[in-house]
Design a protein around this ligand. Structure first.
Ligand code: NAD
Ligand code: GLY
Length: 364
């Protein structure tokens, strides 16, 4: 097992990464301060892992909310279901909410923990690659609004993140690829040697080689913890973690939540961000080709969805959370391994980029 620390003063917490961690109750129990817990999971994950968690929680008062599965349920209705269970079950302020699942469950549960009685304890048990490398770490929680992805939420840090890599054995291939999008992101924005390692090991990662996955998860979490430790509330540096996300969130909203997976939309979005970086004169055509090649080899789309228009992108990108005082800011690549947030790009280049990607759209 590897233990990393997210260094946030009194809100610091460990990330445990390893095989068989769900079978180590002590790991979880040491982070539960009170006598009660509410587990939140979904209809896919519950039959796979709920009983192991129930065993680990024996002796506590435990209730479980099982939500329907899917990005479409990262909604106010699901949040209300959790609030109802907490209020009707008379859970007090010393309760711990435990998220057992992927990023959707983690984000909703975190927001429920942030808002119930103005904030209760929260533990993340991520069971997808995407959640283990990204969404369970850093304290961004929330839900979607029909008009915009992740529009409602709060920063609320967990007390611990327990990433049992054995859970990835049951993950569908398409979901594994979606998680690889965020792994590739860390190489592109922060660590060129890590990108080179991903390029050399992409087949091992897709074949779920445990050693390769463990290294990818560890390095991704190290980078995320380093960035979040410097800028928890995204007043600057943290925004680089959103490479490709402004394009990607527009894709997710336009296509209807859940049709394109978050990681797929981010994969295509990173290709778009790389091309815009080239149009701005920051990176070379070879760098763009390199970005596109690794995204393709990870099994991810490199084009916008068929039928999506430049105007749809422009409209949806205009409500991104990085818009400040009406000005759109984007994460672009200064070079491979270094990203920068900027509002200082040419609007004409953005239009060229959007036109290229929307006219070259291929069916998926
Ligand atoms: P997800 O939560 O929808 O999980 C993907 C699918 O895998 C679901 O069908 C789920 O039921 C299933 N699943 C989960 N664990 C499984 C397992 N071990 N075996 C078999 N199936 C399993 O999607 P995701 O990719 O984990 O997360 C995407 C979400 O995370 C998006 O809503 C995105 O906005 C959010 N996100 C948040 C942050 C953050 O910082 N908070 C960062 C990145 C992404
Ligand atoms: N996934 C982006 C962030 O956590 O900031």
């Amino acid at each position: 097992m590897h233990t990393l620390n997210v260094d946030l003063g009194e809100r610091s917490y460990p990330i445990y990464i390893g095989q068989g961690l769900l079978g180590q109750p002590e790991l979880l129990r040491r982070h539960i301060p009170g006598k009660s817990a509410l587990v939140v999971t979904n209809t896919t994950v519950a039959p796979l892992y709920r009983s192991r968690l129930d065993q680990a929680l024996e002796g506590l008062r435990v209730e479980t909310v099982v939500l329907p599965d899917g990005e479409a349920y990262k909604s106010i209705e699901s949040l209300t279901t959790i609030w109802d269970a907490l209020v009707l079950g008379r859970f007090d302020r010393n309760t711990t909410l435990i998220a057992l699942g992927g990023g959707v469950i983690g984000d909703i549960t975190g927001f429920a923990a942030a808002s119930y009685q103005r904030g209760v304890h929260f533990i993340q048990i991520p069971t997808t690659l995407l959640a283990q490398v990204d969404s369970s770490v850093g304290g961004k929680t929330g839900i979607n609004h029909p008009g915009g992805k992740n529009m409602i939420g709060a920063f609320w840090q967990p007390l611990a993140v327990i990433a049992d890599t054995d859970t990835l054995n049951t993950l569908p291939d398409r979901e594994l690829s979606a998680g690889l999008a965020e792994v590739i992101k860390y190489g592109l924005i922060y660590d060129e040697p890590f990108l080179t390692w991903i390029e050399a090991n992409i087949e091992r990662l897709r074949a779920r080689d445990p050693e390769a996955l463990a290294y990818a998860i560890r390095r991704s979490c190290e980078i995320k913890a380093e960035v979040v430790g410097q800028d928890e509330r995204e007043s600057g540096l943290r925004a680089i973690l959103n490479l490709g996300h402004t394009f990607g969130h527009a894709i997710e909203t336009a296509t209807g939540y859940g049709n394109w997976l978050h990681g797929e939309a981010v994969g295509a979005g990173m290709c778009m961000a790389a091309r815009l970086s080239e149009l701005e004169g920051w990176i070379s055509a070879a760098d763009v080709a390199r970005t596109r090649a690794i995204i393709e080899r990870a099994g991810l789309p490199t084009h916008a969805p068929q039928g999506m228009t430049r105007e749809q992108f422009q409209h949806l990108m205009g409500i991104d959370k990085k818009v400040l005082d009406g000005k759109l800011r984007l994460v672009l690549l200064e070079h491979i391994g270094k990203a920068r947030v900027t509002g200082d790009f040419s609007p004409a280049n953005l239009i060229t980029c959007l036109d290229e990607f929307t006219s070259s759209a291929e069916p998926r």
